[in-house]
Each structure stands twice: as structure tokens, then as C-alpha cells.
Write a protein that binds this ligand. Structure first.
Ligand SMILES: Cc1cc2nc3c(=O)[nH]c(=O)nc-3n(C[C@H](O)[C@H](O)[C@H](O)COP(=O)(O)OP(=O)(O)OC[C@H]3O[C@@H](n4cnc5c(N)ncnc54)[C@H](O)[C@@H]3O)c2cc1C
Length: 362
């Protein structure tokens, strides 16, 4: 019997479990033998306050000071390393979008000074508050912190049934039946499947596959280059040592699964980045893919289902918002005060149905 059962050991699960464990007994159940095997282990590790909807940006900004506090609290190495991001318009579509981005306008010449391999830049904006995230240090820090607070983690323990039991729940975790007052659904791309097992309506989460690869080419990569992202969302790249992390910014609908990269998506990333730069990318050392899952308004879903007491969801623009979302989720779930800088109502599962249904989270 535990106060809270958290389902899923990715960033959403471990972060809220840690925050909950300050006030409650917590068990985290993960289906896989290792934690962070799905989306969390496959991200580009970018913290970009200029990325996403206003709600996403507010939560990303609110996470900034919390990242710094967590370095001490969880005894981690630096979690954010400053690394600016440059949004570029390379065609009409991008030119129509780049100026709306909340970052500082720079001239095409300044853009090429920041990243000299860029060819024709129509317009650009610069976000010097962006950083690289040490995703594994954050994830492992939350795991250590959860255990230090008395929380328990069970790997290789899929949740296969969740039934009402009086005011709480009776949950099948691996081979065992466990009683829990509250269930937190942090099952990532599988969140709607888990909700269905609990008799809670789906939120219309749509898993979308995104591909990343490490590439190199004719031109030498300078580790000081910024993250360069197409304002029209057709590619991004950033140095990873002397290689280049590349993506076609793809969003291919998928079932919840162990996502694999499609070689056509890798080829698309190379083609688009070669068209925008003089990099002459030729070879790929490794490629991978993961599922980013969204509801219709693309805001995260965090909090309790008012009409399904004791069932809550936690999902996010995953990593960059995780510290703020975890604090917000834990406060809502335990009915404690929500810090004033966190927009609880905008991310609640109970927000306007047509914003949530037919879409996804993160
Ligand atoms: C290619 C790519 C690039 C990205 N880049 C960035 C970036 O630069 N910055 C950023 O902030 N975000 C980025 N993201 C998004 C970020 O990675 C995700 O938002 C975040 O990792 C989601 O975490 P999660 O815990 O919700 O999901 P997951 O990490 O997928 O965790 C869910 C877990 O639940 C488990 N589970 C599912 N069902 C059950 C069950 N029934 N019982 C027990 N366990 C279950 C799964 O096994 C899984 O481990 C990127 C994503 C991708 C794919």
C-alpha cells in the first residue's frame, strides 16, 4: 500500500515522483528493465526558452532557476551549459514566421558571423538564454533524490490493470497487486492506453516520431557554433563536439512503440541542411528516433482529472520544462499551494475539452 503510484520512469515520472516523495510514500513502476529508455533517452537535450507556445515558454523560463537549485539539492554536475540558439529563415515560409519568435532580431550578416557555414539567410533571431541540458545527470539526480526520500523504484514492472478500490486504486504491477491512494500517469506515448486501463477517458495524445543523427561532412564543425533551427521547422542542427547533431524536425504519426529511425528521414535532414549551408554533409555515424506526444494545443497535460478522483497525468515538453512541471504536478496532486509563477489552469487535463481532445502532450 502506497500513497502514490507513479507509472513511467522517464523524465516526467522520476521528476514528479521526487517532488511527491517530500510529502508522501511513492512507488515508481517502469515497464522496461532500465529507466529513460524511451523518449527521455533520445532527446536533443536543448533548453530553448524561445521554443513552443506561450505556456511552454513560461514553464521553460520558470524551470531555469529550478535547474540551478536542483544542482545543489540533487548534487549533480552543472545541468545547463549556455549555448545560444539561432532561428533562421531560409525561404518565404520561414520569413513569415521568424519575426514572431520571442528572440532578438539579428541581421543575415550577424547570423553568418555566428555560424559561417550558413548560405542565404533571409532573416534571423538570436536567443542567448538557450542552453544544453545534461539530461542524464538530471534524470539520475531525480532517481537518487527519490530514493533518498524513501521512494521505491521497480523496473521490469509494467502496470497492466488499474481498478477502483474504494477511494483509491488496486493496481497490477508486474506480478503483484498494489494498493495506492493516487495514480500518476507518466507513461509518455502510452498515457492514453494506461488511462483506458483505469477507465479514464483518453486525452487524445498523438505520438509523433522525430529523428536525430550524428553526421559529418566536408566542412569542419566548430563546437562554438550555436544551435541553428529553421524558423519553418524543417531542420535543426548543432555541434556535438566535432560532429553535427542533425534532425529534419519530422513529425510522423506513430503507435506507441520503440521508435526506429527511417533512413528517408535521415536523408531528408542531410538534404535540407546541405541546401541551407556549405557543410556538405556526407556520412551519418549513428541515427535514432523517439516519440514526441502532443494534445491538440501542444501544451503539456499536468494535474488531476476532476471527474476521476485520484488519477493524474504528468507529461511535458519534456526535458526543458521538467523541473517546473514536476513542482506544479506534485502540488496539484497533493492539493498543496501551486507556486505563483506556474500556470496550473493552462495545463490541467480539465481545460477546455477541444483544446485537449484530438491532440497530444509535451
Ligand atoms: C528526437 C527527440 C528530440 C527531443 N529533443 C528535446 C529537446 O531538445 N528538449 C526537450 O526539452 N525535449 C526534447 N524532446 C522531448 C522530450 O524528450 C520528452 O518530452 C520527454 O522525454 C518525455 O518524457 P516522458 O517521461 O513523458 O516519456 P518517456 O521518456 O517516454 O517515459 C515514459 C515511460 O513510461 C513507461 N511506461 C509506459 N507504459 C507503462 C506501463 N503500463 N507500465 C509501466 N511503465 C510504462 C515507458 O516504458 C517509458 O519508460 C525530444 C524528443 C525526441 C523524440
Amino acid at each position: 500500500m502506497v500513497d502514490v503510484l507513479v507509472v513511467g520512469g522517464g523524465m516526467a515520472g522520476v521528476s514528479i515522483a521526487y517532488e511527491l516523495a517530500a510529502h508522501a510514500s511513492v512507488l515508481l513502476a517502469e515497464a522496461e528493465p532500465t529507466l529513460a529508455e524511451h523518449t527521455t533517452g533520445r532527446s536533443a537535450a536543448i533548453y530553448a526558452p524561445s521554443y513552443g507556445s506561450p505556456v511552454v515558454r513560461a514553464l521553460t523560463v520558470a524551470s531555469g532557476p529550478r535547474y540551478r537549485a536542483l544542482e545543489t539539492e540533487l548534487d549533480t554536475p552543472p545541468l545547463l551549459t549556455p549555448h545560444g540558439s539561432l532561428w533562421v529563415a531560409v525561404d518565404d515560409d520561414g520569413a513569415g514566421r521568424v519575426e514572431a519568435l520571442p528572440a532578438e532580431p539579428v541581421s543575415p550578416r550577424q547570423a553568418r558571423e555566428l555560424c559561417p557555414v550558413l548560405r542565404d539567410v533571409r532573416a534571423a533571431v538570436w536567443d542567448d538564454t538557450a542552453s544544453d541540458i545534461d539530461v542524464m545527470a538530471l534524470h539520475q539526480g531525480y532517481v537518487r533524490g527519490l530514493r533518498a526520500r524513501g521512494g521505491t523504484i521497480r523496473n521490469s514492472s509494467p502496470v497492466t490493470a488499474t481498478n477502483r478500490d474504494g477511494a483509491g486504486w488496486r493496481v497490477t504491477v508486474g506480478e503483484d497487486e498494489i494498493g495506492a491512494d493516487l495514480v500518476v500517469n507518466a507513461a509518455g506515448a502510452w498515457a492514453d492506453e494506461l488511462a483506458a486501463k483505469a477507465g479514464v477517458p483518453a486525452i487524445g495524445l498523438r505520438p509523433l516520431r522525430r529523428t536525430l543523427a550524428l553526421a559529418s561532412g566536408a566542412a569542419e564543425v566548430d563546437p562554438a557554433w550555436p544551435l541553428v533551427a529553421d524558423a519553418a521547422d524543417r531542420f535543426y542542427f548543432r555541434p556535438e563536439g566535432f560532429r553535427l547533431l542533425i534532425s529534419p524536425a519530422d513529425e510522423t504519426p506513430s503507435e506507441p512503440c520503440d521508435a526506429k529511425p527511417d533512413e528517408l528521414d535521415v536523408a531528408l535532414a542531410i538534404e535540407r541542411i546541405n541546401a541551407a549551408t556549405t557543410l556538405g554533409l556526407r556520412s551519418v555515424h549513428i541515427a535514432w528516433a523517439g516519440l514526441r506526444s502532443f494534445v491538440a494545443d501542444r501544451n503539456p497535460v499536468v494535474g488531476a482529472w476532476p471527474e476521476h478522483p485520484g488519477f493524474a497525468g504528468q507529461g511535458g515538453y519534456g526535458i526543458q520544462m521538467a523541473p517546473a512541471l514536476a513542482v506544479l504536478g506534485a502540488a496539484v496532486v497533493l492539493d498543496r499551494p501551486v507556486p505563483g509563477d506556474l500556470p496550473a489552469r493552462d495545463v490541467s487535463p480539465g481545460r477546455s475539452a477541444n483544446q485537449v481532445v484530438d491532440g497530444g502532450d509535451h
